[in-house]
Design a protein around this ligand. Structure first.
Ligand code: PLP
Length: 396
């Protein structure tokens, strides 16, 4: 029998704040009622603010982030279009696979997992593409499998410096509402996310923000689509309605979570994620373990992928944490299976929760055969949370 709280430290779905859970506890309602539209229109405005966009068209598709990827591609591109993508983790790999399945001509740049989007290489390819054959560039802003955040602003600069007209697609599934994301400033044309990570809601919504340029492309795109048709959505969304049945409970939850983000302040939300993540990273470093992310500039503030020593199977660490300590950590995906475990540190989170994650990870690591000093990771994070960058002077 399990007692006490179950701890969820996976990088999505994330912990849902109690007020968001309560906001979803409403009877079913008529999604064609005269006052229903007001709920949805407020969500569009709130999501634009979270994505830092004044004018993007926002779509909420019943689905998940993967559905939003498909909607982004099928509404704006044409069969056989050339697109530029990199593969540097499991999610960027899946995005490449989807693009290929949908009939795009994908120019893939493979990068070792742990690196980010290869901005300089993108710039070189874009510079060589004098005819503008490349119709879109895809960036996985935060590669959840490796805990790597990429430089979207750098990709925008590469496009601008090569005077390239390609659309900029960004997967912000594990960054939006947690890591700095600037749709308008970075000239992002299609931003994709889901409801279950930084937005602290259940899974169930594939969320898209679309620039005017991408909306314009959607009027000429000939890829096949039906359910995900932007123009059907746009017509109904104008008054806050949907062409099909929306998940109304999640919409109520999203209204509450957006209100929470506004009350905390988006900048403060982003700073909190950075502070909490830095404490976790200091804990990992005190254990003598490495992150998959190759260098500090790439460190993700929403998830840390932690390598275990070669003789240890990371699946055992995850199993012990789950079975013995009621705690879920993220598993290593694809080529990282057995080699890493991941601590998700995004959404509704605070210092105490991160210290729990580190304390439980220490026990599971030690029991799996990793040599470390129990308490060392927790102490390093405590020092940072208590005294910030002055921790060394204050604790000695
Ligand atoms: N992209 C990234 C970066 C993700 O982390 C995920 C899910 O974890 C996805 C895409 C897929 O999203 P979903 O599971 O909501 O379909």
């Amino acid at each position: 029998m399990r007692t006490g709280q179950t701890h969820l430290f996976i990088p999505g779905p994330t912990n849902i704040p109690e007020s968001v859970r309560q906001a979803m506890n409403v009877p079913m309602q008529d999604m064609r009622a005269p006052d229903f539209g007001a709920l949805t229109l407020g969500l569009f405005d709130g999501l634009r603010r979270v994505m830092r966009s004044a004018s993007a068209e926002v779509f909420l598709f019943p689905g998940s982030g993967t559905g939003a990827w498909e909607a982004a591609i099928t509404n704006t591109l044409n069969p056989g279009d050339k697109v530029l993508m990199s593969r540097h983790g499991q999610f960027s790999t899946l995005w490449v696979e989807m693009a290929e399945r949908l009939g795009l001509d994908v120019e893939v740049i493979d990068v070792p997992w742990g690196q980010g989007v290869p901005v300089a290489e993108f710039e070189r390819r874009l510079g060589e593409d004098r005819e503008d054959a490349i119709k879109a560039v895809f960036v996985t802003h935060n590669e959840t499998a490796t805990g790597v955040t990429s430089d979207v602003a750098g990709v925008r600069r590469a496009l601008d410096e090569t005077f390239h007209d390609a659309l900029l697609f960004v997967d912000g599934v594990s960054s939006i509402a947690s890591i700095d994301f600037r749709m308008d400033e970075w000239g992002v044309d299609l931003a994709v996310t889901g409801s279950q990570k930084g937005l602290m809601c259940p899974a169930g919504l594939g969320i898209l923000a679309v620039s005017e340029k991408a909306m314009d492309a959607s009027t000429r795109s000939t890829m096949r689509r039906a359910y995900f048709e932007f123009s059907d959505m746009r017509k109904m969304n104008a008054d806050g309605y949907f062409p099909y049945t929306p998940p109304t409970q999640i919409l109520h939850g999203l209204a509450k979570s957006l209100a929470r983000i506004e009350a905390e302040g988006l900048d403060a939300v982003i700073a909190r994620h950075h502070r909490l993540a830095e404490g976790v990273r200091r804990g990992v470093s005190a254990w003598g373990l490495d992150l998959v992310a190759a260098e500090p500039a790439l460190y993700s503030d929403t998830v840390s992928a932690i390598r275990v020593p070669e003789a240890v199977d990371a699946r055992e660490v995850i199993r012990i944490a789950y079975e013995e300590y009621n705690t879920s950590f993220g598993t290593g995906l694809a080529q990282l299976a057995g080699k890493v475990f991941r601590i998700g540190h995004l959404g509704d989170l605070n210092e105490g929760m991160c210290l729990s994650a580190l304390g439980i990870a220490e026990m599971a690591l030690a029991r799996s055969g990793v040599r470390l000093q129990l308490g060392s990771g927790v102490a390093a994070a405590q020092a940072f949370y208590a005294f910030g960058t002055e921790a060394r002077e204050r604790i000695a």
